[in-house]
Design a protein around this ligand. Structure first.
Ligand SMILES: [Fe+2]
Length: 186
């Protein structure tokens, strides 16, 4: 029996995925202007600035039930005013679908929102986070270096950004006197 070789590789030092099956995308400040609290601070920043980059492996078709996807998200260090660079955040289209996040490098916060309210968990290298179904999730880079996480989610989960675009997260992770604090939306 011939043993195959893996077609994807994960680099523990950089958090990057490599291989012919890996897809890549990134998000700039200009592509998520709606997300930030301090619009005045936003206008002083270059809209082409990359906020985060995503690499993913989708071994089965998007939307198919029964598969798993894996991806890494690297959030650059930076702030818009006192708000840390962060992902847009989303619910899953199929609301009962969960997700795992594993912190690879850097430090950050996992912001979670459901009917019970908004809360956050500190993320440090090696910390493992389970996001139950029905909970919106967003990650922010609270450190001075690249913040990298590894994620694994069901292939039929989907991403629903609309509720976040329309009503936000209820609270924001801000730098308050040099430390991250969850501040309720004004
Ligand atoms: Fe997700």
């Amino acid at each position: 029996m011939v043993r195959g070789v893996p077609i994807a590789q994960f680099d523990f030092s950089s958090g990057m995925l490599t291989g012919p099956v890996i897809g890549r995308t990134s998000k700039t400040l200009g592509e998520m202007t709606w997300a930030w609290r301090d619009r005045t601070a936003l206008t002083a920043l270059d809209p082409a600035t990359i906020v985060y980059s995503v690499e993913y492996w989708k071994p089965v078709e998007e939307g198919r039930t029964g598969g798993l996807f894996m991806g890494t998200t690297a959030i650059e260090p930076g702030r818009v005013g006192s708000e840390y660079f962060m992902t847009q955040g989303h619910f899953h289209v199929l609301r009962d679908r969960p997700e795992f996040y594993l912190t690879v490098a850097g430090e950050g916060g996992l912001i979670l929102m459901d009917e019970a309210g908004t809360r956050w968990e500190q993320m440090t290298p090696g910390s493992l986070h389970y996001i139950p179904g029905g909970v919106a999730h967003r990650v922010a880079n609270t450190g001075n270096a690249r913040f990298v996480i590894l994620a694994c989610w069901p292939s039929d989960a989907g991403h629903d950004y609309d509720p976040i675009r329309q009503t936000g997260f209820g609270a924001r992770l801000l730098d308050v006197n040099g430390k991250p604090a969850l501040v309720p939306e004004r």
